[in-house]
Design a protein around this ligand. Structure first.
Ligand code: AVJ
Ligand code: FE
Length: 436
């Protein structure tokens, strides 16, 4: 019944937009005005920029592109165009002050819900299955992750709290599994809200390889540090070695040595680095060097996706490691429900058929691969989402972090960043070829 489908899509779109706005509201109301307009790091926008940018993107896509409405405030478009002004320059712009930014985003949202109420979910690629609404919910959630990064970089007392993940017994399963070689289906052509870079589905040949059953832990990473990992150029690529020397990098971001132990700052609180938790805030160069030190390597993006989606029993590409069901709290640490990764070995209900855990949630996982288009890629609906970033400068991250909402996380979802970046919620797992 197509009418029922439309109701279900409308409900899903409304719920996704509301969940995103609740998160945005929390992240922009837990600090006061000066903290919203301040720049907490040159790597980040002022929070008040993200807030109005969220509203502006929603206005451009849901009100203007989908519904054909006139611009509410055409003069502000350029202020919130990410390509016109680098993040470091945004505090100097005549941005909407916090109250005005809030009102603007709320005004757009009110009108967008009216558009959604009347929307048909077919006819154009933008409205097919509610794509534009899903895209905008994902966009807001991506900025909610960005704003959480800003909160992590901000100096000052704790303003955000969340319960810790449930403790689990120390993981004692196999440390790696063999993923048998052969073709699998990478990417998707039928996930309605998948973004352009995840498309289309295509066959890939992947040789047999071993992959870690859990992300690399702080304890394992500390062993690399204690073994002099940051002092030996042989573990590093030439660029990686130059980068860590030039910037005196000797540990993950936010870590500080205190006698014999490591401390880290996390959302305004200093704590002992928890040994069993996946390592967080490492750049691609650090992940790559650790893997080489361990006699291993980072998985390629195709290997990661095969480990996460391939069902060897049915030669079928699943939406998630556990199957096709939407992520629930039993599957993965997503949605800023917790403000830290869960211990390695958590979420047995979320493991893949071969027994790989925590592929989804907890930490973004660096892969060996550059961010490139799939065969048959078509930019949609705008080149600036993915296409302008394709090339060797950006490395792909997979799987999402604790800060990512389920709406913006799938077995096919692709994230990317520069190999020097580590303010992001990034970790990794390692792999090795079968014949090595
Ligand atoms: C996909 C996370 C790299 O934050 O730069 C937000 C997402 N694109 N607004 C980013 C995005 C436009 C993007 N990443
Ligand atoms: Fe954006």
């Amino acid at each position: 019944d197509p009418a029922l489908d439309a109701d279900a899509l409308r409900e899903r779109a409304v719920a996704s937009l509301i969940t995103a706005r609740d998160r945005t509201t929390l992240l922009t109301s837990c600090v006061d005005g000066p903290d919203l307009t301040a720049q907490h790091s040159p790597l980040m926008s002022p929070l008040v920029w993200d807030l109005a940018h969220i509203g502006n993107q929603e206005e451009q896509w849901l009100l203007r592109a989908v519904a054909g409405q006139e611009a509410i405030r055409p003069e502000i478009d350029s202020l919130y165009d990410a390509f016109e002004h680098p993040r470091s320059a945004r505090p100097g712009l005549p941005l909407l002050p916090p109250e005005e930014a809030r009102r603007y985003a709320a005004d757009v949202r009110g009108r967008a819900l009216d558009v959604l109420e009347a929307a048909a979910f077919h006819g154009t690629r933008l409205t097919e299955s509610g794509f534009a609404f899903g895209m905008i919910a994902q966009h807001e959630q991506q900025h909610d992750e960005t704003m959480l990064i800003t909160h992590q970089l901000r100096r000052g007392p704790q303003v955000l709290t969340a319960p810790d993940p449930d403790p689990v017994p120390l993981f004692t399963g196999a440390s790696e599994v063999l993923v048998p070689g052969g073709p699998f289906t990478m990417g998707t052509s039928d996930e309605p809200w998948a973004l352009d870079n995840e498309r289309p589905a295509h066959r890939r040949e992947v040789a047999s390889f071993f992959i870690d059953t859990t992300p690399v832990t702080n304890a394992a990473y500390q062993a690399f540090i204690e073994d002099g990992g940051y002092d030996e150029s042989r573990w590093w690529t030439a660029e990686g070695w130059a980068h860590i020397r030039r910037n005196s990098i000797r540990a993950p971001l936010f870590w500080r040595r205190d006698g014999r132990q490591w401390l880290r700052r996390r959302f305004g609180v200093t704590e002992v680095v928890p040994p069993d938790e996946p390592v967080l805030h490492v750049c691609w160069y650090e992940a790559d060097a650790y893997a080489r030190w361990a006699g291993r390597r980072l998985p390629t993006e195709a290997e990661w996706e095969k480990a996460a989606r391939h069902d060897p029993a049915g030669d079928r590409a699943m939406r998630y490691p556990w199957g096709d069901a939407d992520p629930g709290p039993e599957h993965a640490n997503l949605g800023q429900r917790h403000l830290r990764p869960a211990p390695a070995g958590s979420y047995p209900a979320g493991e893949s058929p071969l027994g790989v855990r925590q592929l989804i949630g907890d930490v973004w996982e660096w892969t060996a691969s550059d961010f490139l288009p799939y065969p048959g890629f078509r930019a949609f609906p705008y080149k600036e989402y993915s296409e302008v970033f394709f090339g060797p400068e950006y490395k792909v991250l997979r799987g999402g972090s604790f800060a990512v909402d389920p709406v913006a996380c799938r077995g096919t979802f692709r994230n990317w960043d520069l190999p020097i970046r580590r303010q992001i919620f990034s970790g990794f797992r390692t792999a090795r070829s079968e014949d090595v």
